[in-house]
Design a protein around this ligand. Sequence first.
Ligand code: PDD
Length: 287
Amino acid sequence: MGRIAYVNGQYLAHGAASVHIEDRGYQFADAVYEVWALFDGRLADPDGHFTRLNRSLSELKIDPPMSREALTVVLKETVRRNRIREGLVYLQVSRGVAPRDHAFPSPDIAPSVVVTVSRVDRAATEARALRGVGVITQPENRWGRCDIKTVGLLPNVLAKQAARERGAVEAWFVDEMGLVTEGASSNAWIIDANGTLRTRDAQSNILRGVTRTTLIEILGLEGITLSEQPFSVEEAKAAKEAFITGAGSLVLPVVTIDGTPVGTGEPGPMASLLRRHYIKQAKASSI
Ligand code: PDD
C-alpha cells in the first residue's frame, strides 16, 4: 500500500495530493507547521506540539482549522492509513487559498490543512547517535520572529545545504555577538569546559523546541542543573560535550563543530544518557 496524505478533509494517494496554486502557504509562506516524532504508531510530546501550534496560529491571526480533539483524530488516522509505526508526522496549516494579495483576504477564508507521515529507520538513527554528528556554523540571517514555527524556512534550507556540502548534519546559526542561536532544525546545547550544561534561553529569537522543553523537565527530575545562557562558538568548540534536540534528531550528540572535535571527538556520556531518558519519556507521554 502506498503513502497517504490528508488534504483539507480528504485522505489521498500521496503522489496525487496537492494544494491550489494560490494557496498562501505556497505564495507567501503564510503558514505554520508542526512535526511530531512517532514511536510505535503514537505521537510523542502531544501537548507541547498542540500548544505551540495554537500559539503559532494565533501569532499569525489564523483561526485554528479544527479542535485539538478533531486534529488528533486526523493525525492518528493519517498515521494508521500509512501503516507507519516509527517516523515523523508533518502538519501544515496555511491561511488558505485566495487571489494573490499580500494583506489578509477579507472576509476570512478557510485555512488549508495538510498532514503527511514519513518513515524513520530507528536502527539507522540509533547507529548515527552512537557515532555522533558534525555541525557547521553560519551567520544568523533569519527574521526576528523565529519563535513562530512558520514554513518560511529559506535561511534554514540554505544553511542545511551548506552543512551537507561540508559533510555535516546540522548548521548552527551564530548572531552578531558570536553567540549560537540554534540549529537550522534543532536547538543547540553544550556542556561547557566548566561542566555546566547550557542552552540558549527561549525568550530570545529562537524556536522554543518541544524536545527542549521536555528535556528541561527531565533535567529537573534528574537533579541536573541547566544554565539557559547563550554560548559562543569558541565556548562550544572548547566544550566537553555538545548535542542538538528536535523532533527529528531527538537528542543527538555533536562530535565536531566546523571540523573541530568536541571533547574526545566521541559522543559524550551526558548526551547519550539524555537521549535514552528523552526517548523513554517521549514514549511514555505518546498518544
Ligand atoms: N524542526 N529550532 C528550529 C529552527 C527547528 O526547526 C526545530 C524543529 C527545533 C526543535 O523543535 P522541536 O523540539 O519542537 O522539534 C528548533 C523540525 C523538526 C523540522 O523543521 O523538521
